[in-house]
Design a protein around this ligand. Structure first.
Ligand SMILES: O=C1C[C@@H](C(=O)O)NC(=O)N1
Length: 446
């Protein structure tokens, strides 16, 4: 038996089309797509009745390695990702230490090469202190710069609240600038008002009132103005309001866009009505907002004002979540179920399969200029996931792979199941069984 794998008779979903074909994987790559006769030395997987997608590329995760590994690490969370059909991810810099230098970034790559089952890359963080270094840094072989939850004053302000640093960054940075777009001064004023009313025990329902739509809109509008002024390359992370979607264009191809954005799955899935049931478990920053916002985000995703879907996978332990408002940590794990969630929208006729694949596979690869990933094409890395679109199962504690051991989706029944996941031509996940001997690779760009 050689290392090649033949997937027979599967429905390939790729580049706007769905068609039945065979796919041959060997030497890490997709060798051939078409009618292929099996060779006795090959492993053959029957894809009849199943759909083959390019592996999902999640452009925003927090796998907590190094330093916060009691919540999750590059092994546990990449394993959960693989079970969800995710073959590549980009991890955020708010670890311990924060990833603010190329040296600490290289250490993270080193950890990932030993632990990650999926392909990986990392954002370099920017704040008021390292900005001069960042501006000089060649970021062509990792992901630009990010201010996702990176705090640089004692008060915890985001980059969006420091006009001088913002101006300097936008005027000088050649990389993609990815911004967590909320205006902390607005948030802080709201915190003051609701603390006066409720003391420490502000109900979770007030989270979107405190981390308000206005705070998001003002920060996003300002970042876009700055990007236009300096002709900078801006990406707004996890958009949450319908109002903000109108700040983005859909009349130019993604390859030509200077300003892009994303939506995270939980902002498409939950609304403020869910705080009654789930409380602090769905406390995220930016906050889950209204039904109208959720509908607006989905509309903007389908009509191409929003370019990609991410998870912002952000595990915390249950103890860290189940605290009074100010102590309860924001964020929740999502990476194992992002494709299942999106496929539920397909089942409800809200989005096509081809559009889901565009937003979760093709566009992240285009947006970040990844080499030979994100598409089912001959000569590309064989990152693939085989999915049964007609199989019901329910999320329970027993089938979660997160180190934190909980999910806001527990009790949810999905109608689709991820059967197999292939990373660089290797079958890594097969119906609940993992083959972990081969690790993921560093994503290349160019
Ligand atoms: O942007 C972020 C960061 C994340 C985290 O916990 O790291 N949690 C969040 O809710 N939003």
């Amino acid at each position: 038996m050689n290392d090649s794998i033949l997937i027979k008779n599967t429905t390939i979903v790729n580049e706007g089309k769905s068609f039945i074909s065979d796919v041959l994987l060997s030497d890490g790559l997709i060798q051939k797509i078409g009618n292929i006769e099996p060779d006795p030395n090959q492993k053959v997987i029957d894809g009849t009745g199943k759909h083959l997608f390019p592996g999902i590329i999640d452009g925003q995760v927090h796998f907590r390695d190094p330093g916060l590994t009691h919540k999750g690490d590059l092994y546990t969370e990449s394993k959960a990702a693989i079970a969800g059909g995710v073959t590549s991810f980009i991890d955020m810099p708010n670890t311990v230490p924060n990833i603010l230098t190329v040296e600490s970034l290289r250490e993270k790559f080193e950890i990932a090469s030993k632990k990650s089952l999926a392909n990986y890359s990392f954002f370099l963080g920017v704040n008021g202190e390292n900005i001069d270094e960042v501006i000089k840094t060649d970021t062509s072989q990792f992901i630009g710069v990010s201010d996702d939850g990176l705090y640089f004053t004692k008060k915890g302000n985001l980059l969006a609240d420091n006009p001088e640093t913002m101006e300097k960054l936008f005027a000088n940075c050649k990389s993609i600038i990815a911004i967590h777009s909320e205006k902390e001064v607005i948030v802080e004023e709201n915190e003051r008002i609701y603390k006066e009313k409720f003391g420490e025990n502000i109900p979770a329902q007030y989270h979107p009132v405190i981390r308000s739509s206005e705070g998001c809109y003002e920060a996003t509008k300002r970042a876009i103005e700055l990007a236009k002024k300096h002709n900078a390359r801006l990406h707004i992370l996890h958009l949450t309001t319908e109002a903000e979607t109108h700040l983005f264009q859909n009349d130019i191809p993604l390859t030509e866009k200077k300003i892009t954005t994303e939506v995270s799955v939980h902002h498409l899935w939950f609304t403020n009505k869910d705080y009654d049931r789930l409380g602090m478990l769905i406390k995220w920053n930016p906050a889950i907002k209204t039904e109208q916002d959720k509908q607006g985000l989905l509309t903007a995703l389908v009509d191409d004002r929003i370019d990609i879907v991410t998870t912002d996978h952000a595990p915390h332990t249950l103890e860290e979540k189940e605290q009074p408002y100010f102590q309860s940590m924001s964020g929740a794990p999502m990476v194992q179920h992002s494709l299942n969630c999106m496929l539920e929208f397909y089942k409800q006729n809200l989005i096509s399969l081809e559009k889901i694949i565009e937003k979760m596979c093709h566009n992240p690869a285009i947006l970040y200029k990844m080499t030979k990933r994100g598409f089912i094409r001959e000569g590309y890395y064989a990152d693939l996931t085989l999915v049964d679109l007609n199989r019901k199962w329910t999320v329970t504690k027993d089938n979660l792979l997160y180190k934190c051991g909980w999910s806001p989706l527990e009790g949810t029944t999905f109608q689709t199941e991820i059967k197999q996941t292939f990373v660089n031509g290797n079958l890594v996940y097969d119906n609940g069984i993992f083959f972990e001997h081969v690790k993921g690779k560093e994503i290349e760009f160019g």
